[in-house]
Ligand binder design. Structure first.
Ligand SMILES: Nc1ncnc2c1ncn2[C@@H]1O[C@H](COP(=O)(O)OP(=O)(O)O)[C@@H](O)[C@H]1O
Ligand SMILES: [Mg+2]
Length: 398
């Protein structure tokens, strides 16, 4: 394939509209914008939810909320099935400040009140497109970058990565991609019972070639909401990916997925270091051993503690109460001067039952299901005392 620079996907817009007058105004307004590809459907939020449960999202969505009695709750349901990078323009009949404020809180770009004229529409669309290209001023919500890193090898990093991803995608209905940064020995595809391609390496090796279409062909699908990006580079080939290619990859992925979950290899390199620094949530996994304690401490000192929008979650995995030289959560807390956020027990049945069959925690009910669901809650910002409800605020807190 010839290298391509700045080759972007053609801008696509879908509109769900309730009446002919608005449809005419929108069609006319669209002529003055750079959107090449648009489709208008009859309907409102309900029809849009049905449509996007089976179809990919466009960059731009116009949605008529005039027939919706509970527009905020309906739109939050719509956000569940749409990709996070979609810019939404809402249209309705109610002209009240409270509604406007709530719509903005949901991440809707603009709200226009009927009757509409082509001029108003084209102005709103242009500012939406401009906001997107100007990036910094864009209100488009981006997916979160979650890194999962082991203090040592074998502590359960890839096991927890794949299971968290499965919970967020299959139980919480989010769009998720797992990026396996262990390009030589990664086990993510193995744990999902899939065969790896050279996708991740192809995406990082030659950033000039990467655009959204190119990237999407590299994903390995576990199911329609859960994808993997990995590779199996020959073990003697050392790669030094540039910070630029990592940045570019993360920026594309966070527009396509609600969660970009990155499995960081134990012997992390510079590229993994960039991702750790760039992540919204860092999950550090350790085992209850002296070496685990020492290495957790070293990693926390190096990458720093909790920060706003750069949270650190410490997980003690494979925990057993008895055993020689065993450490306890209190030993970690006293030495590291911080909380152990999650304690996950050792479960004998795991190895054979799950891994060999490429099954996740959700498919086989084990004593580990609940603790791993609680970790998923923490990522989503859901308090663990609360019931796991897909309440509207939880959805948008992501
Ligand atoms: N809580 C647990 N109980 C029992 N076995 C576990 C648990 N967590 C992980 N394992 C097992 O430990 C092994 C190593 O896990 P893995 O995720 O591949 O480690 P890492 O990625 O940290 O090197 C796997 O066989 C996995 O099934
Ligand atoms: Mg691993």
């Amino acid at each position: 394939m010839a290298p391509s620079k700045n080759k972007e996907k053609p801008k696509r817009l879908i509109a769900f509209l309730e009446d002919q007058k608005t449809t005419d105004a929108i069609k006319e307004g669209l002529r003055e914008t750079s959107i090449e590809n648009s489709e208008v459907f009859q309907g409102g939020v309900k029809e849009a939810i049905e449509f996007f449960s089976h179809n990919r999202s466009p960059q731009y969505l116009i949605i008529d909320i005039s027939k919706s009695d509970l527009p905020i709750s309906d739109l939050s349901k719509l956000s569940e099935v749409c990709e996070p990078g979609v810019s939404v323009l809402a249209i309705g009949v109610r002209n009240d400040v409270g509604l406007y404020r709530d719509l903005m809180k949901l991440g809707i770009m603009e709200y226009l009140v009927k009757p509409l004229f082509a001029e108003i529409i084209s102005r709103a669309l242009k500012s939406m497109i401009f906001g997107d290209e100007g990036d910094k001023t864009s209100k488009t919500k981006l997916g979160k970058i979650i890194t999962v890193q082991g203090a040592r090898g074998g502590v359960g990093t890839s096991f927890l990565t794949t299971n968290l991803a499965a919970i967020l995608a299959n139980e919480r209905f989010r769009r998720v991609i797992v990026v396996d940064m262990d390009i030589h020995f990664g086990t993510v595809t193995l744990y999902f019972n899939l065969k790896s391609n050279d996708g991740l390496n192809a995406a990082l090796e030659d950033p000039e070639r990467v655009d959204q279409l190119f990237l999407e062909r590299l994903f390995i699908a576990v199911n329609e909401r859960l994808n993997v990006l990995s590779s199996e580079v020959p073990i003697n080939e050392i790669k030094n990916y540039s910070q630029n290619s990592i940045e570019q990859l993360l920026s594309y992925l966070s527009k396509l997925f609600h969660y970009v979950i990155v499995d960081i290899p134990h012997n992390f390199d510079e590229a993994a270091g960039f991702i750790l620094q760039r992540s919204n949530v860092r999950i550090l996994i350790t085992e209850a051993s002296l070496a685990g304690l020492r290495d957790s401490g070293r990693i926390i000192r190096y990458f720093g503690e909790d920060q706003l929008n750069h949270r650190l979650i410490l997980v003690l995995n494979k925990f057993v109460k008895e055993g020689k030289g065993k450490l306890f959560p209190e030993d970690f807390e006293n030495t590291l001067k911080r909380k152990v956020d999650h304690l996950i027990p050792y479960e004998v049945s795991i190895n054979n039952e799950l891994i060999d069959a490429g099954k996740t925690i959700l498919e086989v009910d084990t004593p580990l299901t609940r603790p791993i669901q609680e970790l998923a809650n923490n990522i989503q910002g859901i308090k663990n005392e609360e019931k796991v409800i897909n309440s509207i605020w939880n959805l948008f807190k992501r």
